[in-house]
Write a protein of this length. Structure first.
Length: 151
């Protein structure tokens, strides 16, 4: 719940700043090295302000996932992927498969348990470099038993 409260406070603070900070933008030019438009230095110019009101604050979380005015998907694909992978890992964790697998590996490494750290680091690094595994690891961060992480 605290995370949602922090996000709501940040959304409100940023909306309030749209009433205070002058609006402006840079001209953009295509950059073939990275494959997208980038700002051109020295081209900053003031533009008409677009202060955000209460409706904009309420729509901010939705617009972050999917822009209803342009029908453009923003982060909805990544968000749904994290939810699906998190659900999968939640089910696997609830069955005890992950804990059993780690416990079995620890029994086999009896006396050399510290080898699990570089092994797991290598496993996640291989996943990150071969197919870009990053969001999939989010489900491992929210452990209900802190002793599992900090023993």
């Amino acid at each position: 719940m605290a995370a949602y409260t922090i996000l709501l406070v940040l959304i409100i603070a940023m909306a309030a700043l749209t009433w205070i900070v002058p609006a402006g933008e840079y001209e953009r030019a295509p950059n073939s090295a990275i494959g997208k438009d980038v700002p051109v230095p020295g081209t900053y110019a003031a533009v008409d302000p677009a202060p955000q009101g209460p409706f904009d604050i309420l729509m901010a979380p939705i617009s972050g996932f999917y822009d209803p005015s342009s029908y453009t998907a923003n982060a909805v694909d990544v968000s749904l992927f994290v939810v699906v992978v998190g659900g999968f890992l939640g089910v696997v964790t609830a069955t005890g498969a992950i804990n059993t697998g780690v416990a079995q590996a620890m029994r086999r490494l009896k006396g050399r348990e510290k080898l699990m750290i570089p092994f797991m680091m290598a496993l996640f690094a291989a996943g990150g470099t071969t197919y870009g595994m990053a969001e999939e690891t989010l489900a491992f961060y929210d452990q209900h038993d802190p002793d599992l992480l900090f023993g």
